[in-house]
Design a protein around this ligand. Sequence first.
Ligand code: BG6
Length: 507
Amino acid sequence: MAKTSNKESSPTIFIIFGGTGDLSKRKIIPALYNLFLENRLPEKFAIIGTGRSKFTDSKYRISLLEAVDEFSRRGKAKREDWSKFASNISYQIANIKDASEYKEFGSRIDTLKEEWKQAASIIYYCAVSPEFFCTIAENISASKLENNPETTRIIIEKPFGRDLNSAKELNSKLLTIFNEKQIYRIDHYLGKEVVQNIMAFRFANAIMEPLWNRNHIEHVQISVTEQIGIEDRGDYFENAGILRDMIQNHLLQLLCTIAMEPPINFDADVVRDRKVEVLHAMRKIAPGKVDTMAARGQYGPGWVEGKEVPGYREEKEVDPNSNTETYAALKFYVDNWRWQGVPFYLRTGKRLFKSASLITIQFREVPHNMFHREEGNIPKQNRLVISIQPDMGIRFQLESKTPGLEMSLNTVDMVFDYSGKTRVDSPEAYETLLLDIISGDQTLFMRADQVEAAWELIMPVLDAWENNKNSNFPNYPADSWGPENAEALIAKDGYHWFSLPELNKKD
Ligand code: BG6
C-alpha cells in the first residue's frame, strides 16, 4: 500500500478497454480524477479510453465529466481543474476482438513517449465483460503492444472465472503473456478504508493479539446485505448468482483479513501468503453436508421505501423459473490452532431490509457471573463490530455499571467513528487500488493461487445448488432479512444474525 505522492513516478499511460462503460464512468474515471486533484498521479500521464462507439476526444471528455459530476465523492468537478485533467484524456475507437485494431494503441504509445522524451509505464485496464479478458491479453501480445515485465501492468476486474476450472484456465492463459507481478486482479472490497484498517487494528495494537483466537472468540459473522436488487444486470446475474458474485471474492477476502496470522512485514507476497494459508486451512464443505452448512434464497416481489419492486424472476433478462440464488449464507471452520472450533458465518443478499457491510466478532461469556442475576445482571458477551459501510467505524461493546445507586449492568460502546471530516477525506476503494497499481504494489490484489483457493472452497456448494433446484424459490420478500433457512442455519448453533447496533442500545 504505497501512500506517497506519485508525482515523481515515471510517466504513465492508461489504456482502458471498456472506456465508455459503466465501471469507467462510475468508478475508474472519478477515482483517477480524485487522485489527480490530490497530486497523486505522475506529472505526465495519459488516459486512452477505448470502445466500439464513435466519439471525438471532446465528446468523450464531456461524457466523462458528466460521470464525474454524478459519481465523484467530491461532487461536481470544478471546471478549471477538470480541463487540466481532461487535456490528458483521449478516445480510440476499437473492436477489442480484432488484433489488427490494436496497432493504433502502439502508435499512440510511441507518440506520447516521443513527446515526453521518456519511457513510460503502461497500464492496460480490462473494464469489460469477463469473456474478453483473455482476448484482450492475447491481442496485446499478437499486436506486439508494449509488454515490459517491469513497467507494464494489466488490471483484471472480477468475476475471475466462473468456477475453479475456468479460473485456472484464465490464470494459465494470462501467465503465458504476463508474469504474476504484472497482473492486478481486483477485489474492490480490499481497497475499502475500513477493510484496510483491520490490518492496522489487529497488528498495530498489542492488546488485540492475545484475544484474537479460539480461547476468547466464540464466533465470527461477516455480513454484506444490500437493499438494491440486481438492477439492470439480469443477464450477468443469471449466470453468476450471489455465491459467485459476492462470496467467492469479497466475503472470503474479509474472512481472510480477520483470520490471517500476523505477517512478518507488509510486503505484498508476505501478506498474501498469510491470507492464502487461511483459505487452505478452511474446511471444505462435503457434498453431503451442503444443506447443513449453507442456505440459499431468492427474492420475491415486495415494497421498498414505499415503492413496489419486482421479484427476481420478474427482473429484465431473468428466466421466469430461474433457480439463481440472490441470497446465500454459509458456515465455515478454519482448521488451525488459532481458530479450531470457531464458526465463521457469512451472509449476503440482494433486496434485503438494510444495506450494511459488517463484521462482528463475538467474544465468549465471562467464566463466572459475580453479579446478582435476579436483578437482571447477566453480563452480555463482548462484541467487536467492524462496520465497513455505509456507517464506517469500529466499536467495542462492553459491559459497564449504569450510573446510579445500584450495581446494575448495561452495555456501552467504545467507538471509533469515521463520521464528519474523516469520512469525507476517506478515499474511495478505486482510488487506493489505482494508486497502488501505479506504484506497483500488489498487496491489495488477488494472486492466482488466492483466487483458485477461494473457488475450491465454494465449488461443492456451487455444484450442489446447480444440480438440485430449489422448489421454494422465491423464498424471501423484498425488504426482509432473507429466507428462514438462513436464520435456521445459525439458530441451530444457538446464535442469531447481528445487524448494526444503534449506539448504546442492547440488541
Ligand atoms: C460487486 C458485485 O462486486 O460488489 C455487486 O458485483 C455488488 O453485485 C457490489 O452490488 C457491492 O459493492 P459495494 O462496494 O457497493 O458494497
